[in-house]
Unconditional design. Sequence first.
Length: 240
Amino acid sequence: HMAEALLSLRSISAAYGRIQALCNVSVDVPEGEIVALLGSNGAGKTTTLNCISNLVDCTHGEVRLAGERIDRLGSDALVKRGIVQVPEGRQVFRDMSVRENLDLGAYLRRDRAGIRSDLEAVYTMFPRLKERQHQMAATLSGGEQQMLAIGRAVMARPRVMLFDEPSMGLSPLLVEQMFEIIERLHREQKITILLVEQNVQLALAVSSYGYILENGEISLHGPAARLANDEAVRRAYLGV
Ligand code: ATP
């Protein structure tokens, strides 16, 4: 792990009332890489992403972007610095058109030419969204809404994307497509990605490094290929 981390969590802790959700979690996401954050239900994965997005307060520790502390910034300031979370599920604006949802992703930008070319890039990546650009988001299938949520995040021109279980609820074919899209965002748009996933095998296949959360603590971390071959990981998460 030689590369300088673009996004860095240093010993963060978080709690919901008396429930300690995270304890001393440290995670490094080097620029231009995909890092997987894995673990079973309730391990604290979503809480970790929400600490980065400042939707949950850290009770301890720091979050840094390119060395600068960001753990007290509001959501607009985070988006301006290039951190965008793609939430779990399909949180699109149902009563707005596909196009309006995408335009909203760029609400803090003023570079009209850049916005236009990013819209074209999103439509190239998701031809379905272009075909349906004037339809209400509510009329899209679940998978299409997931694509729209990603497209909207891309419209913010992020440096770092935080994905919360992007494959959840998708058919096996769409799961494959989802992982291809994540690889394309990484390869073509050079976006740095922190990926929370239940699908451990696919997540490790696209990632360079992985962390495993158990009961709010990092129990294991290492290069993705090493984790994929680790006996304990295979038994606990790959069902072998
Ligand atoms: P999942 O994969 O099921 O979403 P997760 O790894 O994302 O799980 P978190 O959602 O971060 O886990 O939850 C971590 C712990 O914090 C769990 O014990 C959960 O019950 C608890 N928790 C999460 N959100 C809240 C909340 N708003 N209020 C109280 N407890 C919460």
